[in-house]
Design a protein around this ligand. Sequence first.
Ligand code: PHE
Length: 373
Amino acid sequence: MKSTLFASLCAAFAATVLTAAEPIKVGEVASLTGKEAAFGASSHRGTLLAIEHINAAGGVLGRPFELFTEDNQSKAGETATVARKLLSREKVVALLGEVASSRSLEMAPIAQRAKIPMISPSSTNPKVTAVGDYVFRVCFIDPFQGTVMAKFAKETLKAKRVAVLTSVSSAYSVGLAKYFKERFLADGGDIALEQKYTEGDKDFKAQLTAIRAAGVDAVFVPGYYTEAALVTRQARELGLTLPLFGGDGWEAPQLLEIGGKAMEGTYYSTHYSPEDSSPKVQSFVAAFRTRWAGETPDAMAALGYDTVLVLAGAMARAGTTEPAAVRDAIAATKGFAGVTGTTTLDADRNASKAASIITITDGKFKFVQTVAP
Ligand code: PHE
């Protein structure tokens, strides 16, 4: 008798706890393997850390987050496939990702059609959020980043004639090159030469020989880290001593591993610096290092972390995980103080945030300056 009562009490208790704690299913698409594996690995670690922090504090609306991560292998077409799978199989109520703009552009129409909110931590091409009202990002966009680097080239590098080396197969690269050129020309600079490559190219000698002949002051390389490092190495091998500089796509430990000594004195813009002395950044850096074997978080890790907090905040304010209500609440995000600065989403679902400029000195990333929006 006693034991039956106990058993039924236990069952009732378990039932309440289980219903109350039904997880909130969130999908993440990242490049965990393949060419841009560094991006996915890093944003995934930031995302996971945020989820662990939220769950340790009791979750959102009394429910823990459950993360479903899919690897797109850095391959074109794969993001669409795995995003669909997350929606149909796991029935996720929100999508996080992608890092790279071309891949976010694959996922955005799928999220939009399904009316499931999607937040990209770090895709900076303007077209991403223009896909529809369910698509957000928590980072700045490339018209700003292009302006930052055009001003930097003019004011700090004192460059008057610049060459631009664009990856024509990357939406990010094409966009950033365009915004950089517009601003540099508007400020009276000269784009002496434009050269092209495609993702995965390994030999840049022809483009660099043309650049050498053009006699420019600096070279802007708005691409991802693998090619940026190879370009810089080959530039030095050809005797080009001028400054090379790029955007956030340069941000990965592999930039230094591939580029080695050649990277000394190059510059790029990004979303944050782990050297920032603010308590918010420093406690994030410490928590990340503890969780991930001493690794220092880069911009993607920091943005991945902030993305989850923006989503969690929106769900808490909405009082529900119902996608339409969560969409409205994300759109209303104002003054969220995160690791990567303050996020306020504008009418186009973009954030306007400061950029950090980084250089490479003595084989290490070194913070140079912050540029306000
Ligand atoms: N901004 C890049 C893109 O849109 C991705 C990126 C973000 C790369 C942050 C590095 C750091 O494709």
